[in-house]
Design a binder for this molecule. Structure first.
Ligand SMILES: Cc1ncc(COP(=O)(O)O)c(C=O)c1O
Length: 389
């Protein structure tokens, strides 16, 4: 009856079963994976004071690419943040970045084709590909001798087959926080040219750089070395996942770019999925970027300082993004650690395997958790690890 694209086993796993039982018994759970910004005690005054239009427009003006005023505002966002100068003609609005992936997989693939996705990375990409009848194939990111995650091109090239259609890059990656380097982009462009592939670059966390890091990150938004789709949206830029506004920007060699835009227009016109209200609100909302981003940056800084100064927990270097990766002693596997933290301390952390880390001694926590909870959670992790010797 049901499609094989969907998982056959939808039963809760051991972790979820324990969590559900605790919640049912009224136990207070401390969630160090909380990355929903609307649940993280930030102040959203700008939603009241920012002159955001909120009325349902009386007329419906369907537009496949999205309303010009919203796309113009996105161009100003890129220009204002010195990410690059782009044209509103090359932008397509979507109902969130996840939908943008769906559109691109429809544009680029046949059922059974493959897309390359980084490992470790966010598990969502796997699901999005599978739901489009596409096989996700992982290439490795590896820690180099400076403690930075970089693309392992040997692994990536090995994974390219006659079925590969696109390479997904996350800049900065979730959860490693690693940005693409100029050298990596050059090599990706070359591989895309040789193998006739498109580049899909997810930049939802682009603005959340670590100011202590000496590397200068950049957006690929103006990359012309390959057919390049850059994705982002209000979910992270304004910490408004409920806004459901994302976008795709198309750049690349002229003929490929025009071919892609004409077909994307067809796909977007079929769905017309982005609500008019959010499109009309986008210009005023994007003017408020600093109000929310300054709070998030301050939160990340405070939590990272707590991690460094109030604990002895080993953790990896972060170039950007919202996550910290903690390193466990080799004798404590990530899954066991997560289950025991939940059972003993009612504390949620993510196991590294959730993100496809090659190593089994990594756990991931969100850096936007309110500081008091974050510090309490870290103390519990430290206590647990000391008890394990
Ligand atoms: C790297 C990355 N891309 C995309 C998404 C999904 O974004 P959206 O809420 O715009 O669908 C997420 C969600 O957390 C993410 O971490």
């Amino acid at each position: 009856m049901f499609s094989s694209r969907l998982p056959t086993d939808l039963e809760p796993n051991e972790f979820t079963t324990i969590l559900q039982a605790k919640k049912a018994a009224g136990v207070r759970i401390l969630d160090l994976t909380q990355s929903n910004p609307t649940e993280a005690s930030f102040t959203y005054d700008f939603l009241r004071t920012g002159n955001i239009p909120g009325d349902i427009p009386g007329r419906y003006e369907p537009s496949a690419q999205g309303l010009p005023e919203a796309r113009d505002a996105i161009c100003r966002y890129y220009q204002g943040n010195r990410h690059g100068s782009i044209s509103a003609e090359d932008l397509f609005l979507t109902a969130g970045t996840s939908e943008a992936y769906g559109f691109l997989l429809k544009l680029l693939t046949e059922p059974g084709d493959e897309v390359l996705i980084p490992a470790p990375s966010y598990p969502l990409f796997d699901l999005l590909a599978t739901l489009e009848n596409v096989t996700p194939v992982r290439y490795a990111l590896k820690l180099n001798e400076e403690g930075r995650w970089r693309i392992d091109f040997r692994s990536l090239e090995l994974m390219i087959s006659s079925l590969t259609r696109a390479i997904v890059v996350v800049n900065p990656n979730n959860p490693t926080g690693s940005y693409l380097t100029a050298g990596e982009l050059e090599r990706l462009n070359e591989l895309c040219r040789i193998h006739d592939l498109a580049l899909i670059v997810d930049e939802v966390f682009l603005d959340y750089i670590n100011p202590q890091d000496r590397q200068k990150p950049f957006s690929v938004i103006t990359n012309r070395g390959a057919l390049t789709f850059t994705l982002s949206g209000l979910s992270k830029i304004l910490a408004l996942p409920q806004a459901k506004l994302g976008w795709i920007h198309v750049e690349g060699p002229a003929a490929l770019k025009e071919g892609a835009k004409a077909r994307l227009e067809f796909i977007a016109d079929t769905y017309l999925s982005v609500g008019s209200m959010i499109q009309q609100a986008a210009p005023a909302l994007l003017n408020c970027q600093q109000e929310i981003q300054s709070q998030i940056m301050a939160r990340i800084r405070a939590n990272e300082t707590a991690l460094r100064s109030a604990t002895t927990l080993p953790h990896l270097h972060r170039e950007g993004g919202w996550y910290a990766i903690l390193q466990l002693p080799d004798h404590i596997p990530d899954e066991e650690c997560c289950l025991e933290l939940l059972e003993r301390h009612s504390l949620i952390v993510h196991p590294g395997f959730f993100y496809d880390f090659a190593e089994s001694n990594r756990i991931v926590v969100s850096l936007i958790v309110p500081p008091e909870e974050f510090s309490r959670g870290l103390a519990l992790i430290q206590e647990y690890l000391e008890s394990r010797g």
